[in-house]
Ligand binder design. Structure first.
Ligand SMILES: CC(C)(COP(=O)(O)OP(=O)(O)OC[C@H]1O[C@@H](n2cnc3c(N)ncnc32)[C@H](O)[C@@H]1OP(=O)(O)O)[C@@H](O)C(=O)NCCC(=O)NCCS
Length: 367
C-alpha cells in the first residue's frame, strides 16, 4: 500500500489589510477589545476582481512548484471552501480549468473550517487505496463577502486567503499517518449562513432578514472548540501509540488565540509548539491550516522528519485532526515549471469553449 506524502505547499493572501482600527470606524469596538478576546490584529480582504478560485490557483501554483509537479500530472483536486464561488459549478472545477489540470477529477468538499483536514484525509485515502498518485487540496476563502460589516460579533473575526497542499504516492513510509473526522449536526444552529440555499432561496425577504450573512453564537462555538480540539489531537495520536511528546509542532485552525491557549493547557504543551498567525490573518476558515503550515515551513520552523498534528473545528459542527510525518518534495532529476502551464490552461480553456460553441452551432442546424 503506498504512503500519501505532502510534497508541496503554498499560500496566497490578498494585499489589502484591514486593521482593528479600521473596523472600529465601522462598528462600536476597539483594537484592545479585539486583541484581548481573539488575538487578531488585522486580516486581509480580497479586491473586487479576486475570488476563491483565483486565490486558490495562486496558492496551488506555489504548492505545485514546491512539489515540482506539472498540473497535468494531477489525478484529483479537492477544494474545501466555506465561501464557494457558486453553489455549482464547484470551485474545484474552476481551479482545475485555470490550472490546466487536464486529467484531474475535481470536486468541492463542504465541512466549513474543518474542510481542509477532511479534504486532505480524503486525498490521502485515495492515494493509500492505490487508485490515484497525485492530488491537490485547496482551502480558499473570500468570507469578507458574507460578513455583515454592521455586526461586531462576527465582522472582527474573518479574513480572506488561500492555502494548498500537493499529496503524492510513495513507497517510503511517512506522510499522513492517521486522521480523525467528527461531526455533530445537533450544533448546526450555532454557526450558519442560511441564505441562497434551497431552504431559503435568495429573495427580497432573505436579504432583508440578513440571511446571506454569517450568523454565530460566539460563546457556544467557543465552548465547543475548547472542548473538542485537545481531545481530537489525542485521538489522532492514539492509534499510532504516540503522545504529544513525540510531536514537534501542532498547527491548529486559526480562529481565536484564546481557543489555542485552552487547547495547549488541555494537552499540557507549551504554546511555542503551536504555529500561530491568527494575529495577521484572522480566521480564514478552510485556508487557515494550510496558510499557517506554509508560513511555518517558510520560516524554517517545520522541518523534514518532524511529526506534526493539524487540528481544526468549525460549523456543522465538525472537527478533526491529522498526524503527519513531514517529508517534503520527492527528489527528481527533471525540473518542471507549473506556472508556465497557465498560458496553456487559458488557451486550452478557450479552445474547448470554441469547440463547444461550434458543435452547438452545427447541432442546432441539424435539428
Ligand atoms: C466572538 C467572541 C470573540 C466574543 O467574545 P466573548 O468573550 O464571548 O464576548 P461576549 O459575546 O460574551 O460579549 C461580551 C460583551 O462584549 C460585547 N462585544 C461583542 N463583540 C464586541 C466587539 N467586537 N467589540 C466590543 N464589544 C463587543 C458584547 O456585546 C458583550 O457586551 P454585554 O456584556 O454588554 O452584552 C468569542 O465568543 C469567540 O471567539 N467565539 C468563537 C468564535 C469562532 O471562533 N468562530 C469561528 C469558528 S470556526
Amino acid at each position: 500500500m503506498p504512503f500519501a506524502h505532502i510534497t508541496g505547499w503554498g499560500m496566497h493572501v490578498p494585499e489589502p489589510v484591514l486593521t482593528n482600527n479600521d473596523i472600529a470606524k465601522m462598528v462600536e469596538t476597539n483594537d484592545e477589545w479585539i486583541r484581548d478576546r481573539t488575538g487578531i490584529r488585522e486580516r486581509r480582504i480580497a479586491r473586487e476582481h479576486e475570488f476563491p478560485s483565483t486565490l486558490g490557483v495562486e496558492a496551488a501554483i506555489k504548492a505545485l512548484q514546491v512539489a515540482n509537479l506539472a498540473p497535468t500530472e494531477l489525478d484529483l483536486i479537492i477544494c474545501a471552501s466555506s465561501s464557494p464561488e457558486y453553489i455549482f459549478p464547484s470551485t474545484a472545477c474552476l481551479i482545475q480549468d485555470q490550472l490546466g489540470a487536464s486529467k484531474a477529477g475535481a470536486f468541492d468538499l463542504q465541512a466549513a473550517c474543518t474542510g481542509f483536514i477532511f479534504a486532505t484525509n480524503m486525498a490521502a485515502q485515495a492515494i493509500r487505496s492505490g487508485s490515484i498518485r497525485n492530488a491537490l487540496v485547496v482551502g480558499t476563502e473570500v468570507l469578507s463577502r458574507f460578513v455583515n460589516w454592521k455586526d461586531r460579533n462576527t465582522c472582527i473575526l474573518f479574513g480572506d486567503g488561500a492555502g494548498a497542499f500537493v499529496l503524492q504516492a510513495s513507497d517510503s513510509p511517512g506522510g499522513v499517518l492517521s486522521a480523525v473526522m467528527h461531526s455533530d449536526g445537533s450544533g448546526a444552529d450555532s454557526l450558519t449562513l442560511l441564505g441562497g440555499g434551497s431552504r431559503y432561496p435568495a429573495s427580497e425577504t432573505t436579504i432583508h432578514e440578513g440571511k446571506h450573512f454569517i450568523q454565530m453564537d460566539g460563546k457556544e462555538v467557543f465552548r465547543f472548540a475548547t472542548r473538542v480540539m485537545g481531545r481530537a489531537v489525542i485521538e489522532a495520536l492514539e492509534p499510532l501509540k504516540m503522545t504529544t511528546n513525540d510531536l514537534q509542532w501542532i498547527v491548529p485552525h486559526q480562529a481565536n488565540y484564546r481557543i489555542i491557549e485552552t487547547a495547549a493547557r488541555y494537552l499540557k504543551m507549551p504554546l511555542d509548539k503551536f504555529v500561530i498567525n491568527v494575529d495577521r490573518y484572522g480566521n480564514t476558515s478552510t485556508a487557515s491550516i494550510p496558510i499557517a503550515t506554509a508560513e511555518a515551513l517558510q520560516q524554517g520552523k517545520i522541518k523534514s522528519g518532524d511529526k506534526i498534528v493539524l487540528v481544526g473545528f468549525g460549523a456543522g459542527l465538525t472537527w478533526g485532526a491529522m498526524v503527519v510525518e513531514w517529508t517534503g518534495p520527492i527528489p527528481a532529476k527533471k525540473h518542471v515549471h507549473p506556472e508556465q502551464y497557465r498560458r496553456f490552461a487559458r488557451l486550452r480553456s478557450f479552445v474547448r469553449r470554441a469547440i463547444r460553441y461550434i458543435e452547438g452551432f452545427f447541432s442546432r442546424r441539424e435539428l
